[in-house]
Write a protein that binds this ligand. Structure first.
Ligand SMILES: [Fe+2]
Length: 192
Protein backbone atom coordinates (compact mmCIF):
# COMPACT_ATOMS: atom_id res chain seq x y z
CA UNK A 1 0.00 0.00 0.00
CA UNK A 2 1.46 3.36 -1.04
CA UNK A 3 2.24 6.15 1.39
CA UNK A 4 -0.61 8.18 0.00
CA UNK A 5 -3.05 5.59 1.28
CA UNK A 6 -1.55 5.68 4.77
CA UNK A 7 -1.70 9.40 5.43
CA UNK A 8 -5.42 9.52 6.14
CA UNK A 9 -4.99 6.48 8.35
CA UNK A 10 -2.27 8.28 10.31
CA UNK A 11 -4.51 11.34 10.79
CA UNK A 12 -7.34 9.08 11.93
CA UNK A 13 -5.09 7.32 14.43
CA UNK A 14 -3.78 10.59 15.87
CA UNK A 15 -7.35 11.84 16.37
CA UNK A 16 -8.48 8.59 18.03
CA UNK A 17 -5.43 8.38 20.27
CA UNK A 18 -5.50 12.02 21.46
CA UNK A 19 -9.20 11.89 22.20
CA UNK A 20 -9.02 8.77 24.31
CA UNK A 21 -9.66 10.86 27.45
CA UNK A 22 -12.63 12.95 28.60
CA UNK A 23 -10.87 16.31 28.10
CA UNK A 24 -8.39 15.96 25.24
CA UNK A 25 -5.51 18.38 24.82
CA UNK A 26 -6.79 20.00 21.63
CA UNK A 27 -3.70 22.16 21.11
CA UNK A 28 -1.40 19.16 21.01
CA UNK A 29 -3.82 17.17 18.83
CA UNK A 30 -3.90 20.08 16.37
CA UNK A 31 -0.10 20.35 16.41
CA UNK A 32 0.40 16.69 15.69
CA UNK A 33 -2.23 16.58 12.92
CA UNK A 34 -0.66 19.72 11.41
CA UNK A 35 2.79 18.12 11.44
CA UNK A 36 1.53 15.11 9.42
CA UNK A 37 -0.33 17.40 6.98
CA UNK A 38 2.93 19.31 6.33
CA UNK A 39 5.09 16.23 6.17
CA UNK A 40 2.82 14.24 3.85
CA UNK A 41 1.27 17.07 1.85
CA UNK A 42 1.86 15.47 -1.56
CA UNK A 43 0.58 12.07 -0.48
CA UNK A 44 -2.46 13.69 1.05
CA UNK A 45 -3.21 15.72 -2.08
CA UNK A 46 -3.03 12.52 -4.12
CA UNK A 47 -5.27 10.58 -1.74
CA UNK A 48 -7.86 13.36 -1.71
CA UNK A 49 -7.93 13.94 -5.47
CA UNK A 50 -11.23 12.00 -5.89
CA UNK A 51 -12.92 14.27 -3.32
CA UNK A 52 -11.56 17.41 -4.98
CA UNK A 53 -12.80 16.32 -8.38
CA UNK A 54 -16.34 15.30 -7.43
CA UNK A 55 -17.91 18.74 -7.84
CA UNK A 56 -20.83 17.79 -5.63
CA UNK A 57 -20.94 20.94 -3.56
CA UNK A 58 -20.15 20.99 0.16
CA UNK A 59 -19.75 17.45 1.52
CA UNK A 60 -18.95 15.77 4.83
CA UNK A 61 -17.17 12.40 4.76
CA UNK A 62 -16.86 10.17 7.82
CA UNK A 63 -13.33 8.99 8.61
CA UNK A 64 -13.89 7.49 12.09
CA UNK A 65 -16.37 7.35 14.95
CA UNK A 66 -16.31 5.91 18.45
CA UNK A 67 -18.84 6.04 21.25
CA UNK A 68 -16.62 5.85 24.36
CA UNK A 69 -15.12 8.38 24.74
CA UNK A 70 -17.34 9.82 22.04
CA UNK A 71 -15.64 11.16 18.94
CA UNK A 72 -16.29 11.63 15.25
CA UNK A 73 -13.67 12.40 12.63
CA UNK A 74 -14.73 13.88 9.30
CA UNK A 75 -13.19 15.23 6.12
CA UNK A 76 -15.11 18.10 4.58
CA UNK A 77 -14.95 19.25 0.97
CA UNK A 78 -15.47 22.98 0.34
CA UNK A 79 -16.31 24.28 -3.14
CA UNK A 80 -14.72 27.62 -4.13
CA UNK A 81 -16.05 30.51 -2.00
CA UNK A 82 -18.31 28.19 0.00
CA UNK A 83 -19.52 30.00 3.13
CA UNK A 84 -21.28 28.34 6.08
CA UNK A 85 -23.87 30.13 8.20
CA UNK A 86 -22.80 31.13 11.71
CA UNK A 87 -23.31 27.85 13.59
CA UNK A 88 -22.68 26.13 16.90
CA UNK A 89 -21.52 22.55 17.56
CA UNK A 90 -24.19 21.39 20.03
CA UNK A 91 -21.87 21.96 22.99
CA UNK A 92 -19.27 19.45 21.74
CA UNK A 93 -15.55 20.20 21.77
CA UNK A 94 -14.13 20.40 18.27
CA UNK A 95 -11.05 20.90 16.21
CA UNK A 96 -10.51 21.59 12.55
CA UNK A 97 -7.34 21.44 10.50
CA UNK A 98 -6.97 22.49 6.87
CA UNK A 99 -5.68 19.68 4.67
CA UNK A 100 -5.65 21.46 1.31
CA UNK A 101 -6.42 25.06 0.41
CA UNK A 102 -7.25 27.80 2.90
CA UNK A 103 -10.23 28.71 5.08
CA UNK A 104 -11.26 31.83 6.92
CA UNK A 105 -12.87 31.16 10.32
CA UNK A 106 -14.82 33.90 12.12
CA UNK A 107 -15.43 33.05 15.78
CA UNK A 108 -18.48 34.27 17.68
CA UNK A 109 -19.62 34.26 21.31
CA UNK A 110 -23.35 34.00 21.99
CA UNK A 111 -24.97 35.77 24.90
CA UNK A 112 -27.18 33.03 26.44
CA UNK A 113 -29.67 35.60 27.79
CA UNK A 114 -30.17 37.96 24.84
CA UNK A 115 -29.24 35.47 22.11
CA UNK A 116 -26.98 38.09 20.51
CA UNK A 117 -23.80 36.90 18.80
CA UNK A 118 -20.64 38.95 18.88
CA UNK A 119 -17.70 38.35 16.58
CA UNK A 120 -14.56 37.62 18.57
CA UNK A 121 -11.91 37.12 15.97
CA UNK A 122 -10.92 35.89 12.57
CA UNK A 123 -8.36 33.27 11.62
CA UNK A 124 -6.93 32.23 8.30
CA UNK A 125 -6.04 28.56 8.12
CA UNK A 126 -3.63 27.31 5.46
CA UNK A 127 -2.60 23.64 5.10
CA UNK A 128 -1.72 22.18 8.51
CA UNK A 129 -3.20 25.13 10.45
CA UNK A 130 -5.88 24.37 13.01
CA UNK A 131 -8.48 26.00 15.20
CA UNK A 132 -10.32 24.39 18.12
CA UNK A 133 -12.97 25.05 20.77
CA UNK A 134 -13.82 23.47 24.09
CA UNK A 135 -17.36 22.15 24.70
CA UNK A 136 -19.15 25.47 25.00
CA UNK A 137 -22.77 25.87 23.89
CA UNK A 138 -22.23 29.57 23.34
CA UNK A 139 -19.33 29.24 20.95
CA UNK A 140 -20.18 29.62 17.27
CA UNK A 141 -18.25 30.21 14.08
CA UNK A 142 -18.59 30.78 10.37
CA UNK A 143 -16.16 29.32 7.82
CA UNK A 144 -15.37 30.19 4.22
CA UNK A 145 -13.19 28.71 1.52
CA UNK A 146 -10.90 31.62 0.65
CA UNK A 147 -10.30 30.47 -2.93
CA UNK A 148 -12.34 31.60 -5.92
CA UNK A 149 -11.41 28.56 -7.97
CA UNK A 150 -10.03 25.71 -5.85
CA UNK A 151 -11.71 23.19 -3.56
CA UNK A 152 -10.53 23.20 0.05
CA UNK A 153 -10.43 20.09 2.24
CA UNK A 154 -10.44 20.06 6.02
CA UNK A 155 -10.27 17.52 8.82
CA UNK A 156 -12.73 17.85 11.73
CA UNK A 157 -12.65 16.08 15.07
CA UNK A 158 -15.64 16.42 17.43
CA UNK A 159 -16.28 15.08 20.90
CA UNK A 160 -19.38 13.21 19.71
CA UNK A 161 -21.68 12.82 16.75
CA UNK A 162 -22.62 16.24 15.42
CA UNK A 163 -25.90 15.26 13.79
CA UNK A 164 -27.70 18.49 14.63
CA UNK A 165 -26.74 22.00 15.58
CA UNK A 166 -28.06 25.54 15.34
CA UNK A 167 -27.42 28.00 12.53
CA UNK A 168 -27.75 31.70 13.40
CA UNK A 169 -28.76 34.60 11.25
CA UNK A 170 -29.07 38.30 11.89
CA UNK A 171 -32.39 39.69 10.65
CA UNK A 172 -32.65 43.23 9.34
CA UNK A 173 -33.73 45.89 10.10
CA UNK A 174 -33.71 45.12 13.83
CA UNK A 175 -30.39 43.26 13.77
CA UNK A 176 -31.89 40.59 15.96
CA UNK A 177 -30.38 37.09 15.79
CA UNK A 178 -32.59 34.11 14.99
CA UNK A 179 -31.65 30.44 15.16
CA UNK A 180 -32.81 27.37 13.31
CA UNK A 181 -32.03 23.71 13.86
CA UNK A 182 -29.90 22.10 11.16
CA UNK A 183 -29.26 18.45 10.46
CA UNK A 184 -25.96 17.38 9.01
CA UNK A 185 -25.61 14.65 6.42
CA UNK A 186 -22.78 12.30 5.58
CA UNK A 187 -21.79 11.78 1.93
CA UNK A 188 -20.12 8.45 2.78
CA UNK A 189 -17.32 6.75 4.69
CA UNK A 190 -13.68 7.17 3.76
CA UNK A 191 -11.60 4.01 3.64
CA UNK A 192 -8.13 4.12 5.14
FE1 LIG B 1 -18.16 24.36 12.49
Amino acid sequence: MGKYMRTLKTLREIALEHSNVEQPDLASMARELGRVVHQDSQALAKRLTPLRNRQHGFERWLLAERSKPAISVLVMAWPPNHLTPVHDHAGLWGLEVTLLGALEVQSYARDPVSGTLRMQGRDWLGPGDGTWFEGDENHAHRCRNLSNHDMALTLHVYGGDLTQFFAYEQVEPTGQWTSRLQRSTIAGRLQT
